[in-house]
Design a protein around this ligand. Structure first.
Ligand code: FES
Ligand code: FES
Length: 221
């Protein structure tokens, strides 16, 4: 056997050695982690994968719902995956697009940034709970009237956000536009666009969205 044969390493050998070198250091750490984990209490249930779930009760669209959930589950995933309320959309899953906007106790939040277990006892409203096909919420009807969507993916979040925006203006909650002016906020085009700036529309239906919102307020500003 010459020298070149002795150092010959196949591609398969490289993969096996590489995988072992990556996995080996992790094994003791996982074992140590397992030893340090705290025992479950009475309200926790082991899931099929061995993780722990917690029971939560909250109201969703006016109905009391009980689910056992992994504490790492976002409110967005709890709504979509556990309660099958898929009207709320997942866009970025990082708090950047607003597609997942829902109302919690009448305040809008990005449900992808909030853990479901934080909402025990809360009142959550999604697009499914704003109106029905027979009796649309005025904001839903205005979006249809003003053709405020194209693909529609951002629309549930836009509508939930718009409903909250009107509540904010009505309650006199200042925005960046009005904070320095010390005047009550009004539903002007500028004010609405500022307050809706966290809801991204890749189709660019912004003008029609603002028109729909101003229509609901009766504002021409
Ligand atoms: S999916 Fe939540 S902000 Fe984009
Ligand atoms: S309507 Fe398509 S992203 Fe807004």
């Amino acid at each position: 056997m010459d020298e070149s044969d002795q150092i010959k390493v196949t591609r398969r050998d490289v993969l096996v050695i590489g995988t072992a070198s990556v996995v080996a250091p992790l094994l003791p750490m996982r074992s140590a982690d397992a030893k340090e984990s705290t025992p479950m209490n009475d309200t926790q249930q082991p899931s099929v994968e061995g993780s722990t779930t917690y029971p939560i009760t909250f109201r969703v669209n006016g109905i009391s719902r009980n689910i056992d959930i992994d504490p790492r589950t976002s409110l967005l995933d709890a709504l979509r995956e556990h309660l099958k309320l898929t009207g709320t959309k997942k866009g970025c899953d990082h708090g950047q697009c607003g597609a997942c906007t829902v109302l919690v106790n009448s305040v809008r939040i990005n449900s992808c940034l909030s853990l479901a277990v934080m909402h025990r006892g809360d009142d959550v409203r999604t697009i499914e709970g704003l109106g029905t096909p027979e009796t649309l919420h005025p904001m839903q009807a205005a979006f249809i009237k003003h053709d405020s969507y194209q693909c529609g993916y951002c629309t549930p979040g836009q509508i939930c956000s718009a409903v909250a925006v009107l509540n904010e203006i009505k309650a006199g909650v200042p925005s960046h536009v009005t904070a320095d002016l010390a005047v009550p906020p009004e539903a002007t085009n500028l004010e609405i666009r500022e307050r809706m700036s966290g809801n991204i529309c890749r189709c660019g239906a912004y003008s029609n969205i603002a028109e729909a919102i101003r229509d609901v307020t009766g504002s021409n500003g």
